[in-house]
Design a protein around this ligand. Structure first.
Ligand SMILES: [Zn+2]
Length: 192
């Protein structure tokens, strides 16, 4: 009997490969698995809540391994383009993210405490983890708590503009307050 494959792994251009949704860090570390490819930003719900656009992809180039301290490691780089709202001028800003990271996997709090200095640890609560969750956590950690333009695009004009737009009443409030012509007509009639 022939079993249909769950999906057809189609090689992407270059060295890109189809990334697994779930990973088993311990098993992949023993094989020194190298993963390279992209994950759509849309798959990272917590992250897109913090962004002003959910369009785009996260490029990853990472490798699982067991290091000299026999710790299971995921190391590599993450690159993406994000859009956030500048908290000074309230306009959209681009924030490119390029991270080099190294993450140690531990199975318990006790194991986490035994880690040598300098490790950034993450707890494996199941055998497998969502790859996008691991990557998403790293990007969330890299986002500035209060995003602000770092260049000239955060001009004082833009600040004044944002301030003025907060001061002027909403256009539809104005139309609600405007008197109904029939009411005026009615009051003219009663005045007679
Ligand atoms: Zn700004």
């Amino acid at each position: 009997m022939e079993v249909a494959p769950r999906y057809n792994p189609r090689p992407m251009s270059g060295q890109h490969q189809r990334l697994p949704l779930e990973v088993d860090p311990i098993r992949l570390a023993t094989r020194e698995e190298h993963l390279q490819g992209t994950i759509p930003l849309k798959q990272m719900k917590r992250l897109i809540n913090a962004l002003s656009s959910k369009e785009g992809e996260v490029y990853i180039d990472v490798e699982f391994s067991v290091d000299i301290n026999r710790v299971v490691i995921l190391a590599g780089e993450i690159k993406t383009e994000t859009k956030l709202i500048c908290q000074r001028c309230m306009k959209e800003m681009d924030l490119p993210i390029a991270l080099d990271f190294q993450l140690a996997f531990v199975r318990s709090e006790a194991e986490m405490e035994r880690l040598p200095e300098g490790y950034e640890a993450t707890l494996i609560d199941n055998t497998t983890m969502m790859l996008s969750d691991i990557i998403e956590d790293e990007i969330l950690l890299a986002l500035p708590p209060i995003p602000k333009h770092l260049d000239d695009s955060c001009s004082s004009d833009a600040i004044t503009e944002a301030w003025n737009s907060q001061q002027t009443p909403e256009p539809n409030t104005e139309s609600v307050e405007r008197e109904n012509p029939f009411d005026i007509l009615a009051s003219l009639k009663t005045d007679k």
